[in-house]
Design a protein around this ligand. Structure first.
Ligand code: NIG
Ligand code: FE
Length: 421
């Protein structure tokens, strides 16, 4: 018999991608579906996935084990949010209203607002305040079914404030059920005090910050924002090239508002992912597919910035790029932390099928964060990160847009709270 300390039974449908590598093309939507299922774990690791009938014959619960009745609900892997900026202070609701009245994101950035508004607020916040804000947001995301999350810096933009932001993320993550993957985004934009001499900020990033961040293991990845109001492709190449030399993986905010050639740059740099991609060229996407980099859709940000294009979901699938769906949670372009809503938008706006979007929000996202062998699918040997949805099948996840009918969330084999039912 297989011994378990956690089981979920009474599952009408269990749906999961399989494997440890990212799925693309016609494989993206290939899920393993088990009707009338059960799943069991021991010490945070999955030990059984199959039909409830087999479960009854092969699994025994050890004393003190927890058994969750899914009440004919649906079980999916916990969501992996592979792109967030959640460690910020201050909101930007007034800039949002200005945009509703006609200003564009780029116009606000050009006059020193946008990212720099949040930089001012984040510099003014203490490290302790950032820890509290970050923890509260991790709690909220967990309630929405996110069990692994990537978190970027990029709102400090001085040596001290970038390190403060990354340390706050590290402290907030300690002991939290959500696994946090930190990314250094000192290359988010050029801070106001260096706009007259941009090179100076790039020098600080490459010579001072990157060695410290890597040396203190404050980040696993480095990211850069290529845009007319942020970094040029050459500046990003310099920063991310240095990041690689320091042993960090790289990712890139690419072609979000215009075609800047940044998708091809991500491919050239062997990036783990290129993110946004609304204005990526066909050649850029083909290069990305050849490089084996993931393409991260941030469909709520696409909608929220009101750019004149749809999230390029089908284009990525057709190009053979492994698709990831993430929130982009940040105060400017996506003040929203719900993976269920991002999945719904990836389907309705980006043209993914529900099954494709599920793979993109779980296994592919885990792979994009270097976690493909640990989480992202429900298979024996992987971490017991899962959600129980109070709906009879997986389609409701996208169909009931943003409702997130979460009955239970399990992270590392621990039931960490039920949603509304
Ligand atoms: O992913 N594009 C750059 N960075 C964020 C927005 C950050 C902000 O506006 O504060 C994004 O959309
Ligand atoms: Fe972003």
């Amino acid at each position: 018999m297989i011994e378990a300390d956690l089981a979920v039974t009474g599952i009408a449908e269990l749906a999961t991608p399989t494997g440890t590598t990212p799925r693309s093309g016609s494989d993206l939507g290939r899920l393993h579906i088990v009707p009338d299922a059960a799943i069991a774990a021991r010490s945070g690791v999955i030990v059984f996935v199959g039909t409830e009938r087999d479960y009854r014959q092969t699994v025994t619960l050890i004393p003190g084990a927890q058994c969750i009745d899914a009440q004919r609900g649906t079980v999916l892997p916990g969501f992996v949010d592979a792109h967030t900026h959640l460690a910020f202070a201050g909101w930007r609701e007034r800039e949002f209203d200005e945009r509703l009245r006609g200003a564009t994101y780029s116009e606000i950035a050009a006059r020193g607002g946008g990212i720099l508004t949040t930089v001012t607020a984040t510099r003014a916040a203490s490290e302790e305040q950032l820890v509290e804000l970050t923890r509260a947001r991790l709690d909220a995301m967990l309630r929405l079914g996110t069990t692994t999350v990537e978190v970027k810096s990029g709102y400090g933009l001085t040596v001290e404030d970038e390190l403060k932001q990354l340390r706050a993320v590290e402290t907030a993550a300690k002991g939290h059920p959500v696994e946090v993957v930190p990314t250094f985004l000192g290359a988010h934009t050029i801070p106001a005090e260096h706009r007259a001499d941009r090179r100076r900020w790039i020098d600080i990033l490459t010579r001072d910050l990157l060695p410290t961040v890597a040396g203190q293991r404050l980040a696993e990845y480095a990211d850069a924002f290529v845009d007319a109001h942020a970094l040029t492709p050459d500046e990003a190449r310099r920063v991310l090239g240095a990041a690689r030399e320091h042993g960090l993986g790289v990712r890139l905010h690419a072609d979000q508002l215009h075609d800047d050639g940044a998708t091809a740059l991500a491919a050239e740099l062997g990036a783990a992912s290129a993110d946004h991609l609304e204005f990526a060229s066909d050649a850029g996407l083909e290069a990305l597919a050849r490089a084996g980099s993931c393409g991260v859709l941030l469909p709520v940000a696409t909608f929220f910035t009101r750019v004149a294009t749809a999230p390029p979901g089908r284009r990525l699938v057709q190009a053979g790029v492994p698709v990831v769906v993430a929130t982009d949670f940040n105060p400017g372009t996506c003040p929203m932390e719900s993976m269920p809503l991002a999945v719904a938008f990836a389907c309705v706006g980006g043209g993914l099928s529900v099954d494709e979007a599920i793979t993109a929000a779980t296994l592919n996202a885990a792979c994009a964060l270097g976690r493909g062998s640990r989480t992202g699918s429900l298979e024996v040997g992987k971490r017991a990160d899962l959600v129980v949805l109070a709906v009879p099948n997986r389609y409701h996840l996208a169909y009931r847009m943003g409702l997130a009918p979460l009955a239970h969330v399990v992270a590392r084999g621990q039931s960490v709270g039920a949603g509304s039912r």
